[in-house]
Design a protein around this ligand. Structure first.
Ligand code: ADE
Length: 230
């Protein structure tokens, strides 16, 4: 069984978007993963096909109704479906590469894309939805966030990236940001490639790269390393 992604959204036309291009699109054509979108409005009950209502207690914006969303979730993910059910939201747990790896090792994912002010808490609780954020900023809706999550996950699926693109030395794979890369020409606007990289001494190159990765991570993302020892 290949990895199966279901997305519940008010804007299914936005998909597959970038997920249909390049290696991810080829992976989909090759049957390594599957994407299905569901229009939330198809589960509305009135003639205006409304899916939201005003927030109880007052306030701005609109809230997705729990009954309509529950029907959509039960349709794409009936009881017994073991896939995690996620809802993209800026109040979610921040997505990281460890979570991405766990998702890629599983059977797939069901993703609810929020719009409006939010989702009725009762459907989050009743359907075990896990809220996931892609960063500390607010998007207009969860669709782009769902694509970000899926792109990060799908590229890790077996056979999606060719053997040429190794995951071993990427940013985050060893908990560090990646070391700087260089290629020809040997001189660019008066700057040479660091001599160590053309020395042929693989042990020295590995030590240099490790030191560069640590220095960059300490400077840019000290939170990934933990408090300094000095
Ligand atoms: N929807 C709106 N903003 C979001 C964010 N930062 N992460 C995930 N989903 C969102």
């Amino acid at each position: 069984m290949s990895f199966s992604a279901d997305v519940i959204t008010l804007f299914p036309d936005l998909f597959p978007g970038p997920l249909g291009a390049s290696v991810l699109g080829r992976g989909m054509q090759d049957g390594r993963w599957h994407l299905s979108t569901t229009q939330l409005r198809d589960f509305a009950e009135d003639k205006h096909r409304s899916v939201d209502d005003t927030p109880s207690g007052g306030g701005a914006g609109m809230v997705l109704r729990p009954d309509i969303l529950a029907k959509a979730i039960d349709h794409v993910s009936p009881q017994g479906d073991t896939r995690p059910r996620l809802v993209m939201s800026p109040r979610g747990v921040p997505l990281d590469q460890a979570r991405v790896r766990r998702l890629a090792a599983g059977p797939g994912v069901v993703i609810v894309c929020g719009r409006f002010e939010g989702i009725d808490q009762r459907v989050i609780d009743a359907r075990g939805l896990e809220e996931v954020s892609i960063g500390d900023y607010v998007l207009a809706g969860g669709e782009v966030a769902a694509m970000v999550l899926l792109e990060a996950v799908v590229r890790l699926l077996p056979g999606v990236l060719g053997t040429a693109e190794s995951h071993a030395e990427e940013s985050f794979e060893d908990g560090l940001l990646e070391y700087p890369q260089y290629t020809r020409p040997q001189a660019f606007e008066g700057h040479a490639i660091p001599a160590v990289l053309t020395s042929g001494d693989h042990a020295r190159i590995a030590r240099w790269r490790r030191a560069e990765a640590e220095a960059l991570t300490r400077k840019r993302r000290p939170d990934l390393i933990g408090p300094s020892q000095d």
